[in-house]
Ligand binder design. Sequence first.
Ligand SMILES: *Cc1c(COP(=O)(O)O)cnc(C)c1O
Length: 361
Amino acid sequence: MIPIYQPDLSGNEKKYLIECVESTWISSKGKFIDQFEEKFVEFTKADYATSVNNGTVAIHLALEALGISAGDEVIVPTLTYIASVNPIVQVGAIPVFVDSLESTWQVDPEDIRLKITPKTKAIMVVHLYGQSAEMDSIMQIAHEYNLLVIEDCAEAFGTFYKGQHVGTFGDVGTFSFFGNKTITCGEGGMVTAKDKAVYEKMKHLKNQGVSAEKQYWHDVVAYNYRMTNMQAAIGLAQIERAEEFIARKKEIAELYKKYLADSSVTVHAQQPETIHSYWMTSILVKDARDRESLRDFLKNEGIETRPLFYPVHTMPMYETQENFRIANSLGGRGINLPSWPGLTNEQVVYICEKIKKYFAL
Ligand SMILES: *Cc1c(COP(=O)(O)O)cnc(C)c1O
């Protein structure tokens, strides 16, 4: 079976992990945490960054630190992973869904405009599958209406918009290092901030709200969202090879494009003035009825795939009668293909041949 993803842990991961065990620094203190955070800032050029234990709490922490709370509305694309939305509800705010663009699969700036009300506090941008959202338009809207911007970059490590890494446009950016993300810690996350005060607040909240002056004195209801030195050890080994991973993922995406050029599926494309990091190379079938049967066909040929995200507004907790035409259409027609750096060219060609064979049947 060709898996949809498999992390490459053949660098310094083992060495650094052994160092954690042998030094006994296995908990949320230790040198790898600082080193990983430093390297992350170097890579993304974020003003500030602090590590957390996964990409979901990164979003929760960001919302809390920005003061988003009961009654506030947060605009979020319905075509996203569930973790972009749940933390909005968990801080007491209301997610307001918007549609996506057919061309990019990213949030539709015009629909954002239509959904703004006096209660709107923030826009949650999600850079889906490694492509960047239209940041110029989104930042323009945020500026016009004085809204906060949170960028969910869980799928967009290595993604750039007009030369700038995503997660550095808005007030905060959040990242995930789950096992199948572009770089991994096993589980892990990062939050970036533009403003030092927001960064300090995130550090305070992730660490039980402990006072900086007095040990075991806590001045706010807070959390334990700290990353461990072992997670950071893996993260550091991964980020040392980030350029290599991303370059290979792009090569794989180009290969898919080349071999699927004469097929009836469309490959998610890089947009002008952006760098797509191709977390997942993804395709669209023309007719939604082919989606599951193509996936079944590929499964029988030993190829694991994933469906594009089901739009969140179709799930029981978030069900609404509103129609999100593009998100529904993309969500019903999209497939993520195996996209990990260790895939061989032969495997990619094999996958493309099988996709074409399905449509020739
Ligand atoms: C993976 C992911 C998250 C959550 O990250 P975890 O580390 O799994 O908690 C959030 N948003 C998006 C878009 C993701 O893909």
